[in-house]
Design a protein around this ligand. Structure first.
Ligand SMILES: *Cc1c(COP(=O)(O)O)cnc(C)c1O
Length: 408
């Protein structure tokens, strides 16, 4: 402190001598908030490096709070470097912007999270970056669409809304043989269902990036938006950090704290929501109004064997998140399906998932895919995400709404 004993009260309370005792320990790490970060002297300011986490330079480049979450997420997903972004979608954007330039080509699964396709059709296209959609259920289709200027392939498992599980290992092998970068949207797996940076368990096969909507399971509250991008590669990590720095992308420490507070229970919550989703999916199987249940852990669901190989080794129960869809009979009307959703009391109508309250959304798959996927029955798709309500109450809720709206 430069000025000892300033005489005015306003200065005294700002430049105060008190330092609390060190060694404060409690269940949660503290929240450090800063735009400005102090340097002890000018020389230190000039020397300090923001690109590694050895020191602090400015709020956008991180605080002890954000560094702590990044390191814990690296442990969860098996990555080495992590950056935090203000939403899951911005995580997808940062990964793409970090490695794509004008003239490049990017491949996305036709069943990917919709806004990632919208980004490709919008900003990426306007920056002169072309894209093609591939059939995630057909590694040959991916192989045939890789071009000399293909720089990046996006992967997602399972497919968004339609929940088919791809041969992720087969898709990664195709990319590896063609030397293109691989980014996986790992929101569903959350670092729990499988290990994207070590797909075979022997360290030989991995994706280059994972992007993760922390908004979902890491938050678990339905009240925070955040994303992460992770890599094990030092050079790719630097590209991510440079993109973040140039775009000025960072997250608020209070939001980081919310995620830090939820993270210790992620595996318990994931397992509970998974259990409930499987019970509900099983119930749907015996309902006359339902022509197909789309849940990767359910036998007969598209890609079930791929899910089993990756997420449920050696006949274990495995991991499958709290998300599934049903295809309702095409002889119903959209009005009946909408009325069914409206009549649900415990399931709220809303996007996203991973929070405490069960959610329902009817989707029109015909508008979301280049063509109707051959593994999907024709009908009306409704997606459910399970919260923490008792599964018997949820089934009663479904049953009541079905009796009122889906009798045919
Ligand atoms: C929700 C979600 C995102 C986007 O996350 P936001 O935080 O809502 O922007 C991206 N990918 C997948 C698979 C998601 O489910």
């Amino acid at each position: 402190m430069k000025s000892k004993n300033p005489s005015h009260i306003s200065t005294q309370i700002i430049h105060h001598d008190y330092t609390p005792p060190a060694e404060f320990q409690a269940p949660q790490p503290g929240v450090f908030k800063a735009s400005t970060v102090f340097f002890p002297n000018v020389a230190a300011m000039r020397q300090r490096e923001w690109k590694d986490k050895s020191a602090y330079t400015y709020g956008t480049h991180g605080t002890p709070t954000s560094f702590t979450l990044e390191e814990r997420l690296c442990t969860l997903e098996g990555g080495k470097h992590c950056v935090l972004t203000p939403s899951g979608l911005s995580a997808l954007a940062v990964a793409s912007f970090a490695v794509l330039k004008t003239g490049d080509h990017v491949l996305l699964p036709d069943n990917s999270y919709g806004p990632n396709k919208v980004l490709a059709e919008g900003e990426l296209a306007s920056f002169g970056i072309s894209h093609t959609y591939y059939d995630a259920m057909n590694p040959q289709d991916l192989a045939s669409k890789i071009k000399p200027n293909t720089q990046l392939v996006w992967l997602e498992a399972p497919g968004s809304v339609s929940m088919e599980f791809p041969d992720l290992i087969g898709l990664v092998k195709v990319c590896r043989s063609q030397q293109v970068l691989i980014a996986l949207d790992n929101t569903w797996g959350a670092g729990l269902a499988f290990k994207p940076f070590d797909l075979l368990g022997d360290g030989s096969l991995a994706v280059d990036f994972t992007a993760h909507a922390l908004t979902k399971y890491p938050s678990g509250g339905g009240d925070v938006l955040m994303g992460s991008v992770m890599t094990c590669d030092d050079a790719l990590a630097l590209k991510l950090k440079m993109t973040m720095m140039r775009l000025g992308i960072c997250v608020g420490p209070n939001d980081v704290e919310s995620i830090l507070r939820s993270l210790p229970t992620i595996s318990l919550r994931y397992a509970a929501q998974d259990r409930t989703a499987r019970l509900l999916a099983q119930w749907w199987k015996s309902q006359k109004a339902c022509v197909q249940v789309l849940h990767p852990a359910l036998e007969g669901s598209p890609g079930h064997a791929h899910w089993q190989a990756l997420c449920a080794p050696a006949g274990s129960e495995g991991f499958a998140a709290g998300l599934f869809s049903v295809m309702l009979d095409p002889s119903l009307t959209q009005d009946q399906v909408d009325a069914f959703c409206d009549h649900l009391k415990l399931f709220k109508i809303g996007y996203s998932w991973g929070g405490p309250i069960s959610l329902v959304v009817p989707y029109n798959i015909g508008n979301m895919r280049s063509e109707w996927p051959s593994h999907l029955q024709k009908g009306y798709l409704v997606r459910f995400s399970t919260g923490f309500e008792d599964p018997h109450d949820l089934i009663q809720d479904l049953s009541n709404a079905m009796t009122q709206c889906l009798n045919f």
